[in-house]
Design a binder for this molecule. Structure first.
Ligand code: AHR
Length: 502
């Protein structure tokens, strides 16, 4: 029998809500006919944004939303997206070479900030470090953050509809500068980052959080070289908030998200489980130059990357793909890793919100559906801002020929205001698992809600025709010390307990 014991005295700290962050890029169908339908659309909308999506997203308590890219950021001129919408230019954009679609700039800074305000997410803006100037980005910061009446740019913002500053604190400088962001060396990237942030330091407004673009996947040497160059500069003392990495669970461009074998199920989950190694190794490389951990590690893109063309637009929307229970398990496994490494990961942003990789939503015209990934974020939201609790796991390994063994259950726990949140993923594709739960230095007993996300088959997904094929089912029960739960095969379970002692 699997046993999981919650240690109420051992914790790695508080789970930063920003670990539950999101990402929306101007690519394919993320915005146009995804989040954004336009004010004149027949689709119900709130100032142009799809109302069903706004209502659903709000329920997740989204802490932060990264925008406008991704790669898109590296050829984006923010001035294209302000002023009267009808007069904004249509532009070739970073992704044009892939899908031939031009950017209409209907969504720009004001629309994005409006979406953030209506959903409660803090804006995290990714600034172009490849094809513009530090001064131009400094102007964007000034445009967003200065009070009306102080500068010409602040007054222009007010004239464009927002007298109140947007107060954007999180600024990513560059995106994937090892690749689509200018093919830089780590040394060059660090120096460009210093050049940009030095110019922006002169703004002297409220503290800004600048994030330096870090490595791809497990390329730890890139991080080491970046940090070495960054730490050699005198100015590094101030205003570098974090270093970002991207890690996708990628089985190659042919991988089919809807039809997979048992081996492909385990292969995908093992790649997701590797996230722990990725973040630990990057942090260790950063520690060589920043032993006090003043600079945070941020995973500002993560998720499954399958073959595109399996979403409702049938290939029209670049990178759009369906999500099954396998993707839900990747989300649960990854979020459990982030919770258990809350002392290492400060922020993470799942890629991407709608009609793209590992999306929470699929939409088009009047149609809108929440994917299994959405439900995982909903089940896990109680961890946000809670105190992580360490778990003692007596869980056998899943051994399969040709694969590294991994525990067959993924889990994390936290406590906030006397409520215990325990999230469990049964990684076994075919067998249910019984698990005995107990507390150490405290009891897990109390009135509980148990919500289970599972389906009749691991390839199950939600479609426009069948939007509720994969939804969680919740039951109330009195949880006792030593209670045994059954986790269905390929499932995600939330146990939420109002602890009796509180
Ligand atoms: O999420 C899609 C793309 O993946 C992003 O634009 C880029 O940063 C990454 O390579």
């Amino acid at each position: 029998m699997n046993r999981i014991t919650v240690n109420f005295r051992e914790s790695r700290g508080t789970i930063n809500p920003n670990i539950y962050g999101h990402f929306a890029e101007h690519i394919g169908g993320v915005f146009y006919d995804g989040l954004w339908v336009g004010e004149d659309s027949r689709v119900e909308n709130v100032r142009g944004f799809r109302k069903a999506l706004v209502d659903s997203f709000k329920k997740l308590n989204p802490p932060v939303l990264r925008w406008p890219g991704g790669c898109f950021a590296e050829t984006y001129d923010w001035r294209d997206g302000i002023g009267p919408r009808a007069q904004r230019p249509r532009r070739v954009n970073w992704w044009y070479y892939c899908d031939g679609r031009v950017e209409p700039n209907e969504v720009g800074t004001h629309e994005f900030m409006d979406f953030c305000r209506m959903t409660g997410a803090a804006p995290y803006v990714a600034a172009n470090m490849t094809s513009t100037t530090p001064l131009h980005i400094r102007d964007w910061v000034e445009y967003c953050n200065f009070p009306a009446g102080t500068t010409t740019l602040a007054d222009e913002r007010a004239r464009n509809g927002s007298p109140e500053p947007f107060d954007v604190r999180l600024w990513g400088i560059g995106n994937e500068n090892w690749g689509g962001g200018g093919q830089m060396t780590p040394e060059m990237c660090a120096r460009e980052f210093i050049r940009y942030t030095t110019v922006m330091r002169s703004l002297g407004t409220k503290p800004l959080r600048f994030i330096m673009c870090g490595a791809n996947g497990h390329d730890v040497e890139w991080t080491r070289r970046l940090m070495r160059e960054w730490s050699a500069r005198r100015w590094h003392e101030v205003e570098t908030y974090g270093v970002s990495i991207h890690y996708y669970t990628n089985q190659g461009s042919k991988a089919d998200p809807l039809n997979f074998t048992e081996d492909e199920w385990y292969d995908q989950l093992l790649r997701a489980a590797f996230m722990q190694q990725v973040i630990d190794d990057h942090r260790a490389a950063m520690d060589e130059f920043d032993p006090d951990r003043r600079i945070k590690l941020i995973v500002d893109e993560w998720g499954c990357w399958h073959r595109d063309g399996t979403g409702p637009s049938k290939g029209y929307n670049l990178f759009e793909q369906q999500s099954t229970m396998r993707d839900a398990l990747v989300a649960a496994l990854t979020l459990n890793i982030f919770n258990n490494r809350c002392d290492v990961v400060d922020m993470a942003n799942v890629a991407q919100l709608c009609n793209n990789l590992h999306s929470l939503y699929l939409a088009g015209g009047e149609h809108f559906v929440e994917t299994p990934n959405y439900h995982v974020f909903d089940l896990f939201k109680g961890h946000q801002g809670a105190r992580q609790l360490c778990l003692h796991m007596d869980v056998p390994m899943l051994a399969r020929e040709g694969f590294r063994p991994m525990p067959r259950i993924s889990a994390s726990a936290s406590e906030k205001d006397g409520v215990l949140t325990l999230t469990l993923g049964n990684l076994d594709m075919t067998a249910s698992q019984e698990v005995r739960l107990a507390g150490l230095y405290g009891s897990i007993a109390g009135s509980a809600q148990v919500s289970v996300l599972s389906a009749d088959r691991p390839t199950a997904c939600n479609t426009f025709e069948e939007p509720f094929a994969v939804v969680p089912h919740t039951s109330d029960l009195q949880l006792e010390e030593g209670a045994v739960l059954t986790l269905p095969a390929a499932s995600v379970t939330l146990v939420r307990v109002q602890l009796a002692r509180s």
